[in-house]
Structure formats: C-alpha cells, structure tokens
Design a protein around this ligand. Sequence first.
Ligand SMILES: [Zn+2]
Ligand SMILES: [Zn+2]
Length: 172
Amino acid sequence: MRVRWDEIPVGGLSFRLDDDSWLPGDEIVCQGSSQCAVSLKKEGARVLFAGTLRLPVVIECDRCLDSFVYTLMEEFEVVFELLTKEAGAGVASEHLCKDSELDVVCLAEPVVDVFSVLVQQVYLGLPGKRLCNDMCLGLCAKCGANLNRCSCDCAKGGSASPFSILTKLKTQ
Ligand SMILES: [Zn+2]
Ligand SMILES: [Zn+2]
C-alpha cells in the first residue's frame, strides 16, 4: 500500500487495518486477531507516520524450540523526509538520516510504502530473547528431549560427562 504525499489531506490521514494481509506470511505468522492503526500527517516538508500495532505473532522459543504466540505491542513514529537533489545523487533510494531523537527516513520520491514501514516495525518489536515461558526448561543437551513436557534419564544417570556414552560402548 503506497500513499503519495499529495494524497494526504491537510488534517492528516488515519485508518485501521483489521486483518494481517499486509504481513509477509512466509516470514511472520500471525495467530488470532491483529489490530493496527496508522496515521499520516504532513508537517512542512516532512511526513509524520505514527501507528500502533497489536499482533499475536507465532515465534520459536530459543530454549525449547517450541513455537508460541507472542503478543507484539508497538507504538511508533517515523518521520519521512525527501532527499534533496544534491544529497540524493548516487545515494540509495532510502536510508536513515541522522537525527538525534526521531527515526527520520529519507525518501527519493514523495511516496510512503505503508506496509513495508509496518513490517519493519514488526521486526523491530520482536523480542531479542524469545522464551515461551521464563521458566522454560529447554531441551536436554544429551538426548534432545523437551524437558517442559517430559523428563529424560540423562540427568539421573549420575555421570554428567558427555563421554559416558563412549565408556559404555568400550565396556560392551
Ligand atoms: Zn521454551
Ligand atoms: Zn536427556
């Protein structure tokens, strides 16, 4: 979904996306109902893009590799600026300008690609450490059993040495 700057009315443009069809479904899977509200507003030579996201996203636990639903909540604001002719020569069509407080993105043409901004925000909002549960026990390092669901005998064996299986083979 592309919005041309000259299509944005003076009072701004607000809308909601009540489905998740804008998500790249092969990369991000949403389970349940998503909510997304977006507003675009012209401010002088800039366009202000603000939005809120609430997405139940299916991700994989770092410890046990099970998938679980993480509810992503994001509130964001991005400022778009047009590249000036001089600065724009030979520069990639989109890059981050230096600005201390706000995310300022410079565009080569006065068009905002709404969906791609949203997808970017989803990636930014995903947690760095992904745990299905703070108490997740993870996988057994020896047999790979998911210790949240079952316990294995590895820890009970007494010998914690990873080479114990080798000695077992030798004595046979
Ligand atoms: Zn887990
Ligand atoms: Zn085990």
